[in-house]
Design a protein around this ligand. Structure first.
Ligand SMILES: [Zn+2]
Length: 139
């Protein structure tokens, strides 16, 4: 729904989810930032992101070991579902930030075509590692 509403502008938000096992997560909340991006890029509205995170933690009882922030997502309406150089830089900066509490963050990129929704995701580790994520999509 968010991708359709955003049209050709990039849209995005945050991913929150539950840890089922080491390296196995279910995304159970995808936020959509109210302020959209431009056709070529998307900037996170930090204040809105913090409000969304607080709401998610309230809803899940502040059980951070089980329910936590997983990462970011945005759409690439005009580009391939691959991180841009700027996306790479942004994510590596995020996970290396001294204030960042996790060990990793996921970046998911979405692109809606006429008939299909394409999704791809990568996990960025604190040490600067990048690995593709295997995604399973539930209808
Ligand atoms: Zn991007």
């Amino acid at each position: 729904v968010a991708l359709r509403d955003a049209g050709i502008r990039e849209t995005g938000g945050q991913l929150f989810g539950e840890q089922l096992a080491p390296s196995h997560f279910v995304v159970n909340e995808v936020t959509v930032q109210a302020r959209p991006g431009t056709p070529a890029h998307f900037d996170v509205d930090v204040a809105a992101a913090m409000r969304d995170a607080a709401r998610y933690f309230d809803r899940t009882g502040h059980d951070y070991l089980r329910f936590n922030y997983l990462g970011e997502w945005h759409s690439h309406p005009r580009y391939q579902v691959l991180p841009s150089n700027k996306d790479m830089r942004t994510m590596l900066e995020l996970v290396s930030d001294a204030d960042f509490k996790g060990n990793f963050a996921i970046l998911m990129i979405a692109r809606r075509d006429v008939r299909s929704l394409r999704l791809a995701a990568w996990v960025y580790g604190r040490g600067g590692t990048v690995q593709p994520v295997a995604l399973e999509v539930d209808e």
